[in-house]
Design a protein around this ligand. Structure first.
Ligand code: NI
Length: 217
């Protein structure tokens, strides 16, 4: 099967799988990460096949399994790619990228070894910040029933994934515990450049939110 066909088939499959998803990992999140991965790869002069394929499959575990088991994603991706007869070396690359994708806490490093992996991680992180990031964070908070803001709860800099997973967040604290840290965690020059504007936009939003909270605007 040609690379183009593999991408198209995978996009169709993922779109079907993510139908009705509302926790922030819906099809249009996948779509934006896919397009961004392609864009970054082109800018960085890297073949976009692996980044595009891994971007399409990067959230495959998140729809039906919400228990934080990070072996599910790579396994589901392998099952799909095997079913359409993709070559083993490609499957291994995609699996490895998905395994190393997620943010696990403010002080927990999640290094990505290959440039293809770095690109997908950047694309996913860019979608978590800026206007899209703000929209997704509030949608996620609504979905999980989080408090929007509680001035008595301070943001926490988590030192382990367990701690990060198990501390109830507020939506506003999530900006401080994760989203505002992402700008400095971009891998590629292209993503670093895009992140600057998105980061500034989030900060403006949080400033305004704070002013309104204090009756200063
Ligand atoms: Ni994602």
């Amino acid at each position: 099967m040609e690379q183009k066909e593999i991408i198209q088939k995978t996009a169709t499959y993922i779109r079907q799988q993510s139908e009705g998803e509302s926790s922030g990992h819906d099809w249009w999140h996948i779509y934006r990460v896919w397009q961004m991965a392609k864009y970054i790869a082109n800018q960085e002069r890297i073949d976009s096949f692996i980044p595009e394929l891994a971007a399409l499959l990067h959230d495959i575990a998140d729809w039906k399994f919400h228990d934080g088991d990070d072996s599910v994603g790579p396994k589901k991706a392998r099952e799909w790619l095997t079913s359409i007869k993709v070559d083993e070396p490609i499957i291994i690359q995609v699996e490895t990228i998905i395994k190393n994708m997620s943010f696990k806490g403010a002080k927990v490093e999640t290094p990505m070894e290959t440039i293809e992996g770095k690109i997908v991680q950047d694309a996913d992180r860019l979608d978590a910040i800026g206007a899209s990031g703000i929209g997704r964070t509030f949608a996620y908070g609504g979905n999980k029933g989080l408090t929007m803001h509680d001035p008595e709860r301070q943001p926490m800099m988590h030192t382990s994934f367990e701690e990060y997973k198990n501390t109830p967040a507020t939506t506003i604290n999530h900006f401080h515990e994760k989203l505002l840290l992402l700008k400095d965690r971009m891998n590629t020059e292209t993503a670093k450049r895009i992140a600057i504007g998105r980061h500034e936009f989030m900060k403006k939003f949080l400033d305004q939110f704070d002013k309104e909270w204090k009756q200063k605007a």
